[in-house]
Design a protein around this ligand. Structure first.
Ligand code: PRP
Length: 220
């Protein structure tokens, strides 16, 4: 891959990373360290001027917005919650697909019978906007994980969370109610980098687009 500028790519840890690395390998970018075992935070690749950083999903938009990373791969859920403002989102990579949903314990009384709904979530902005649009008075409770536990423990009436296979909901006696958004991972680019490192960023975008086209997925 012919990259003329130094490019730092911010990747999201966890399940997204497992689907991201094959995509990067397909365009000829491979880390020179084992990401799973390395404690290094800035990881070189076989392309000498491309480096990777692996972050919590919620931090990827921040790094890219501030230009600390030129490019990033982030879930649409993180972009909706932590702001896609100030960054370009040129490609839907079609990986790590899931849905952002509201959910409640199976068989509980209809929401209409509740005066106020207590909602546990890590997506405060997205959840706030969703319930406001429906005209439901929601008291939002911020959690950082295991949202499904909140209704079981009497902490909340509903949750807003990612649903993939639906197994976590089912195993905890809950059911999905409304779909808020369909989620997949997106390529994001810092606005200044798009200008100052244009040829390199475009080389990366074009290479990823070609792989997605071959795979028959993802392109916006
Ligand atoms: C996510 C999400 C759900 C679960 C959904 O949790 O928050 O709990 O996956 O997947 P499923 O529909 O296939 O069961 P994650 O494992 O990322 O951990 P978290 O609870 O820390 O968010």
């Amino acid at each position: 891959m012919n990259i003329d500028h130094n490019l730092t790519i911010a990747l999201t840890k966890g399940r997204i990373l497992d689907e991201t690395l094959p995509l990067l390998a397909a365009v000829g970018i491979e880390p020179t360290e084992q990401l799973a075992s390395s404690r290094k935070l800035i990881i070189p690749t076989n392309v000498s001027n491309i480096h990777l950083v692996v972050l919590r999903g919620s931090d990827v938009p921040t790094y890219v917005r501030h230009g600390a990373a030129d490019v990033g791969i982030a879930g649409k859920d993180m972009l909706l919650e932590f702001g896609g403002a100030g960054i370009y989102e040129p490609l839907d990579l079609g990986i790590a697909r899931c849905r952002l949903m509201t959910a409640a314990p199976k068989g509980r009384a209809p929401r209409g019978q509740l005066r106020r709904v207590r909602v546990a979530t890590k997506f405060l902005n997205v959840a706030g906007a969703h319930y406001a649009k429906k005209g439901v008075h929601a008291d939002l409770i911020k959690l950082y994980g295991s949202m499904e536990l909140a209704p079981l423990m009497g902490l909340a009436d509903e949750i807003v969370d990612i649903v993939d296979t639906g197994k976590t909901l089912a195993e905890n006696g809950m059911e999905a109610l409304e779909e808020i958004a369909q989620i997949s991972s997106r390529l994001v680019v810092n606005k200044a980098a798009m200008r100052t490192r244009h040829s390199s960023v475009m080389t990366l975008i074009d290479a990823l687009s070609a792989v997605l086209k071959e795979r028959g997925s993802g392109l916006k």
